[in-house]
Write a new protein. Structure first.
Length: 297
């Protein structure tokens, strides 16, 4: 056989083998980015074929991953703007007196939209394949009602794919390794801003769930994904993390002046609602003079 032709055949065969291997999920920890949840779901389903659907746990973040606020006020990016503003300029007139309470009120009054039109369908695809699928959010238990309302309104439910017990726990608890109360209900774990890796490990232990062969996770924050990767490193559980980027432009372009104006406009109405109906859904603190500022917010 011609030597040149033989080399060509060997090269082609090697190329095809590499291409085939690239399409098969690996048994190693991996990180990736995507602006489409469908890619995350496709990869997770491939892993389920490789390991078995009962041995793969899929985890979604909520804010800026599955759902996003209709406006800047109350969004994740608004929260971090307020947090940084409080550290850098505690006398700013744009600083709310309690960002947690203000965000809870905004959650109550506002609606959320899916980050992409088929977000709910992507969750359903994993559930139909028989995987355990849950949400792990940095939201705290105080936001329970608003969170479930918006998930339902956007046709997203983790009920059928929840870790047992399916209904979760009818009480708040401090997870092992945590310091604040959390809540697990119908497949949604409200962790109150605690380390997501520690929280996920604690949830598996509390629910008596055997260690998954693979955990896949979609979250818009790299630090949350890294937290899960670090926590499960060396445990025998493979972790594939996907940073979801579709909301990045909205996060970066937060109009802080508009958000401040929206808060000033809606706050009197929220106070009146609380006065008439009580603080069952949110509780705003009274105006207070900040130390060293001399004016009430």
């Amino acid at each position: 056989m011609n030597t040149s032709l033989l080399k060509t055949m060997i090269f082609s065969a090697a190329f095809l083998m590499l291409a085939a291997c690239a399409s098969v999920p690996t048994a190693e920890n991996q990180t990736a980015e995507t602006d489409d949840l469908e890619m995350f779901v496709d990869a997770t389903l491939q892993l389920a074929e490789l390991y078995g659907s009962d041995r793969v746990l899929a985890v979604f973040d909520i804010d800026n991953t599955l759902l996003a606020m209709e406006q800047g006020l109350g969004s994740d990016q608004w929260y971090y703007w307020q947090k940084n503003l409080g550290e850098q300029d505690p006398c700013s007139p744009d600083l709310v007196s309690d960002r947690f309470a203000a965000q809870g009120a905004a959650y109550f009054a506002s609606a959320m939209r899916p980050t992409q039109p088929n977000a709910a369908e992507q969750v359903s695809r994993l559930q139909r394949a028989g995987l355990k699928v849950i949400a792990v959010t940095s939201r705290g238990p105080d936001y329970r009602l608003q969170t479930f309302r918006e998930l339902r309104r956007n046709d997203i439910s983790f009920w059928e794919s929840a870790l047992p017990p399916q209904r979760g726990y009818p009480y708040m608890f401090i997870p092992e390794g945590g310091s604040r109360k959390a809540l697990y209900e119908e497949g949604v774990f409200l962790t109150a801003g605690q380390h997501k890796g520690v929280m996920l490990k604690a949830l598996l232990a509390k629910t008596g769930t055997p260690a998954p062969a693979v955990i896949t996770m979609a979250d818009d924050k790299a630090e949350n994904l890294q937290a899960v990767m670090e926590t499960f490193h060396g445990t025998g559980t493979v972790v594939h993390t996907w940073r979801y980027t579709r909301e990045d432009d909205n996060v970066a372009s937060l109009d802080t002046q508009e958000a401040a104006a929206q808060w000033n406009a809606v706050r009197p109405a929220l106070i009146k609602i609380e006065e008439v109906f009580g603080p069952d859904n949110f509780e705003l603190p009274p105006p207070a003079v900040r130390e060293g500022c001399g004016t009430a917010p």
